[in-house]
Design a protein around this ligand. Structure first.
Ligand code: SF4
Length: 379
């Protein structure tokens, strides 16, 4: 199993007696640990230069979250949104992908922060889900961190999976590039938890996804989760264009469906490399040798840089063709942060609003008419 070891652990005094801290102490007795008063320690290492972003990833800071844990995924202006909610139980990530937007978003963050008051998180989720029983929530934990890489130390899933397993109107997605699924295998998700992986060919993992699990490790972890009763998700995102991308992505799709049962796949998403000028600056400073900096990209209305639209459409269409060759149209595929025009060009259809797409990704519905239309348009 992939291992990450922090260089130091800082614990806010009012988190000392939490279950998370007890687990952390037992799992990492060799790591220097210090108890700090809220806020005070942060001042001493506040606002490091962006070049120290890598150092911040090795400083684990256990804190109490004061605001709301749950929020709607911000999406991207003018792009089709999939009506997703996020739980930020942690902020920052010990892995280090060249394209990671946290390099800009958390550039001056002093540490890898994890919130220990999981009880408050569950109380907030309980209130929201109870209040809107007629609405189906897709909730993920991997927006500004990886959902599972810290799990062997903090045991987050041991607290949240049993809760979501009992919810009639929610599905929890745990998104990862790790293979840290050991704890998950001991829990019963009762069809309410999707474990999902970001997928790329091994050559992209080697060059751009530093410190993550290999492709084979991700596939093996997915198979284990499938056998333990979890639903699965796969995100081909960000897809990278390079000389042999077609051969490699086609093989990747074949390898995926040779390993997992398509009947257990809740969704697949496709998205291409996207940047902002600020992220490119951070990449240039931290990882000047990455070939992603040489990618030809154009500004989009949401301020992000993406490949030229015709290339994006070609990449999505080819991926969709390879996916449909290996799996029937009951396996739902969607585009992440793309315009209605691109949807139309790829699927021959674009969701009219975020609620429509969110409803189509509701796993209780086998598949809607539009998915048949989309299938027919590419078959
Ligand atoms: S795994 Fe995700 S959050 Fe972590 S560095 Fe890579 S892209 Fe960023």
């Amino acid at each position: 199993m992939l291992k990450f070891e922090p260089e130091e652990i800082l614990i806010e005094r009012d988190c000392e007696s939490t279950a998370m801290v007890r687990r952390l102490k037992a799992a990492l007795p060799q790591v220097p640990l210090k108890v700090v008063d809220h806020g005070r320690e942060q001042v001493t290492f506040a606002a490091p230069p962006a070049a120290d972003f890598g150092a911040a990833k090795k400083r684990l800071y256990i804190a109490k979250h004061k605001g709301d844990f749950l929020k709607k995924c911000p999406g991207s202006d003018g792009q089709v949104c999939c009506n997703y909610f996020v739980i930020n139980f942690a902020s920052n990530c010990p892995m280090d992908c060249s394209y990671c937007y946290l390099q800009e978003y958390l550039a001056h963050n002093p540490a890898l922060k994890v919130f220990a008051n999981v009880d408050d998180l569950l109380a907030e989720a309980d209130e929201l889900l109870n209040k809107h029983r007629r609405y189906f929530f897709r909730i993920g934990t991997g927006e500004i961190t990886d959902s599972l890489i810290l799990d062997p130390y903090i045991g987050f899933t041991r607290e949240v999976v049993p809760f979501f397993a009992e919810q009639p109107n929610a599905l929890l997605e745990l998104k990862t590039k790790s293979n840290c699924v050991e704890d998950l295998l001991t829990l019963d998700p009762k069809e309410r938890v999707v474990v999902s992986w970001s997928m790329n060919p091994q050559t992209v993992i080697d060059e751009e996804e530093h410190g993550t699990a290999s492709l084979l490790e991700r596939l093996e972890a997915a198979r284990l989760c499938q056998d333990a009763g979890y639903r699965l998700g796969f995100h081909f995102d960000p897809m990278i264009e390079y000389t042999d991308w077609e051969r490699d992505y086609e093989e990747l799709v074949e390898q995926l469906f040779a390993t997992v049962d398509w009947r257990r796949v809740s969704w697949l998403s496709l998205g291409v490399l996207r940047n902002t000028p600020g992220l490119k600056r951070a990449m240039r400073e931290r990882l000047p040798r990455t070939r992603l900096l040489a990618a030809e990209q154009v500004p989009n209305p949401d301020g992000k840089l993406r490949y030229f639209q015709p290339l994006r459409i070609e990449m999505y269409r080819k991926m969709l063709g390879w996916i449909r060759r290996s799996a029937p149209p009951t396996v739902k595929v969607y585009l992440c942060m793309e315009s209605k025009h691109v949807w139309q060009e790829v699927f021959g259809y674009a969701p009219s609003c975020e609620k429509e797409l969110g409803a189509q990704l509701d796993p209780r519905k086998s598949w809607a008419r539009n998915w048949i239309r989309m299938y027919n348009s590419v078959s």
